[in-house]
Design a protein around this ligand. Sequence first.
Ligand SMILES: C[S@@+](CC[C@H](N)C(=O)[O-])C[C@H]1O[C@@H](n2cnc3c(N)ncnc32)[C@H](O)[C@@H]1O
Length: 263
Amino acid sequence: MPSNFVAKSADGYEAIMGRWSRRLAIPFLKFSDVPAKGCVLDAGCGTGSLTQALAAHRGLTAIEALDFDENFVAALRARTSDPRITAQRGDVCALPYANETFDCVYSLLVLHFVSDAHRAIREMRRVLRPGATAAATVWDTYGGMPSWRLFWDTVRALEPEATDAIPRKRPMTSEGELRSAFESAGFKEVVDTMLAIRMDYINFDDFWHPMVYGQGSFGTLFDGLPEARRDRIRSGVRAAYLAGDNDGPRGFASIAWAVKGTA
Ligand SMILES: C[S@@+](CC[C@H](N)C(=O)[O-])C[C@H]1O[C@@H](n2cnc3c(N)ncnc32)[C@H](O)[C@@H]1O
C-alpha cells in the first residue's frame, strides 16, 4: 500500500486539515517560488488546497494534481473549473509522467504519509526539467503542533488502551530529515526552513468535532466506547482546550519543516 493516510471523506478532511493546509500553502509557495510560466505538479494534492493556490498564478499554463485517494481527486475536480488543472488518481512513488516534464513539483503535507518517501522524492526529481525546483513540506508533528499534542496527549493519558488509534511519529517529520532525503535523491542547492501558521478555532466544538470525526481511525474507536469513557475523554480534552478560561476562540502557532532543491 503506497499510502499510510486514512481518508474518510473530503468534507471531513477539509474540517480537520484542509483549512490549515490552505493557510500553509501561502508561506510554502513563498518559500518554494512559482515559475512565471510553464507546467507544475501538485504531488499528493488531497482536496486541492495547494492546487488552487497555484491556480492564482496566471502565468502557469498547466497544473497537474495527483493523489492516491479517489474521493479527494473527485472533490478537487468538483471544486474547480480552471481548464489548466488536470486532477488524477495516482501514486507519488510511481508518477505517471515522462522524465523532465515539469517546471516545478510541489508536495504539501504528503511525504510523511507515503510508504516510501525516498522513492517519492526520487520520482519528484525524475519528472523535473534540469535546473527546475522541487519543494516539500510536512508538519513537525512532535513539537510543532500544540493543538494536536493537546488532543492526543489527553487521550493517551485517559485511554492508554487507545494507543493503536493514536498517530505515531511519522517519517520525515524530524528536523533535517527532509533535507537529507532531498540531498540523497541527488537534488542540488538544497535549502530547508521552518514555516509557521496559526490554527485558529472558533470554540471547543470547532476543535473537537473534526478531531474526533474528521479523519483517521479515532472516531470509530471513540464511538465504540461506553458513554462514561467518551464523556471522560471529551471533558479532559475540553479542559485542556479551555486552559481555565471560558469557551471561545483559541489560536495555536503550528510549525512545518520545508525543503527545496534543484534537479
Ligand atoms: C495530509 S493530506 C495532504 C493533502 C494536500 N496536499 C493538502 O495539503 O491538503 C496527505 C495526502 O497524501 C496522499 N497520499 C499519501 N500517500 C500517497 C501516495 N503514495 N501517492 C499519492 N498520494 C498519496 C493522501 O491521499 C492525502 O491526500
